[in-house]
Design a protein around this ligand. Structure first.
Ligand code: ZN
Length: 66
């Protein structure tokens, strides 16, 4: 089994792990239906992306923009 030549110091280990923090999901409201959606994802409610419908939804919800 390969072994590290040197013990990783506490400082070096902590510096490496300083980039391991969790990030919150970036959520915005859909420009078409106004429901919350993840950025750079197709809207799960109305199936639109970049201002046009790209996925046909089976049961489109009635919203204030319609
Ligand atoms: Zn939408």
């Amino acid at each position: 089994m390969a072994l590290p030549k040197q013990k990783t110091s506490k400082e070096r280990r902590r510096k490496r792990r300083s980039h391991h923090q969790a990030v919150t999901a970036s959520i915005k409201n859909c420009s078409q239906c106004g429901s919350p959606q993840l950025n750079h994802h197709v809207c799960p409610t109305c199936g639109s992306y970049a201002g046009r419908e790209v996925v046909e939804m089976e049961s489109p919800k009635k919203t204030k923009s319609e």
